[in-house]
Design a protein around this ligand. Structure first.
Ligand SMILES: [Zn+2]
Ligand SMILES: [Zn+2]
Length: 270
């Protein structure tokens, strides 16, 4: 399994921290978790392809997590090449209404012409496809939101999307090889519906995950020691994600040279 963070930031433009998107290659499946603005472009830069994507899992209908659904569906209408592979988009309740409204706003240019598009609204459930299992839990956010846990070939990755502290994110991350948590604001500037570094550390410790990956950083973190706050409670492996941070599980080598990676990393805070 290979996990590529395509966007480690929010809607606020920040070098090296773009809006949310995570590309996962697992057991022959090509999956996207969230599709914030610019995700389609960064998927391409990371060596992925919209034409190979089989499933998109949206955590919630905030712009920084879903706007590139428009870009992706629009691109897939253009026959260069014509897509035939079916595409399934999952999300919390309201997904179908969101699609209908976006499709009308964009003059029906989101409708597929050469492939089958399925939209599936999820509650708390477990899905199985290929060699993968996906479990969902509702998150604590300012709108309907889901967190996801993917298991494939004996490895597991959990992703919070946006959430405040809740039992469900601990449950999703329990014993996970990777737990990807949003980390939005410093401890001293807590915003309801989001997590702080100390809270992320406590969740990771309670879940006993192997490796904690933090993402969704607002620029207010500039110069702030995130690691020190997390380390008060979590002793496992810790990564502060940047755009294109890649994590390999189960013997899959991380990708190395992308043209853009060196430049982006040089500009990004750690
Ligand atoms: Zn949100
Ligand atoms: Zn967000």
């Amino acid at each position: 399994m290979r996990v590529t963070i395509l966007g480690a930031g929010t809607a606020i433009p920040t070098t090296g921290h773009s809006p949310a998107g995570i590309y996962v290659e697992a057991g022959g499946e090509h999956l996207l978790f969230d599709a914030g603005p610019g995700t389609a472009q960064r998927l391409h830069e990371a060596g992925g392809s919209l034409w190979r994507l089989g499933r998109i899992f949206l955590t919630h209908a905030h712009v920084d997590h879903c706007l590139d659904l428009v870009t992706i569906l629009f691109a897939l209408r253009i026959p260069q090449p014509a897509r035939t592979k079916p595409l399934t988009v999952y999300g919390p309740r309201g997904l179908k209404r969101l699609y209908r409204r976006l499709n009308i706003a964009f003059h029906r240019w989101l409708e597929p012409r050469t492939y089958r598009l399925a939209l599936k609204e999820l509650d708390e459930t477990t899905l199985r496809f290929g060699g993968c299992t996906v479990t969902t839990r509702t998150m604590r956010h300012s709108t309907a939101a889901l967190g996801y846990r993917l298991e494939a070939r004996g490895k597991s990755v959990a992703y919070s999307g946006d959430t405040d502290v809740c039992e469900n994110i601990v449950a999703l991350g329990r014993g996970a090889d990777l737990l990807i948590l949003e980390c939005s604001h410093p401890d001293e500037r807590k915003v309801p519906g989001h997590l702080t570094p100390s809270e992320c550390g406590k969740i990771a410790a309670a879940a006993r995950c192997q490796h904690l990956v933090l993402t969704h950083f607002y620029p207010v973190f500039r110069g702030y020691d995130i690691r020190r706050r997390v380390r008060r409670s979590f002793r496992g492996r810790l990564t502060l994600a940047r755009d294109f941070t890649t994590l390999a599980l189960g013997g899959v080598p991380p990708r190395t040279a992308w043209r853009s990676q060196t430049v982006r990393r040089r500009n990004a805070p750690s």
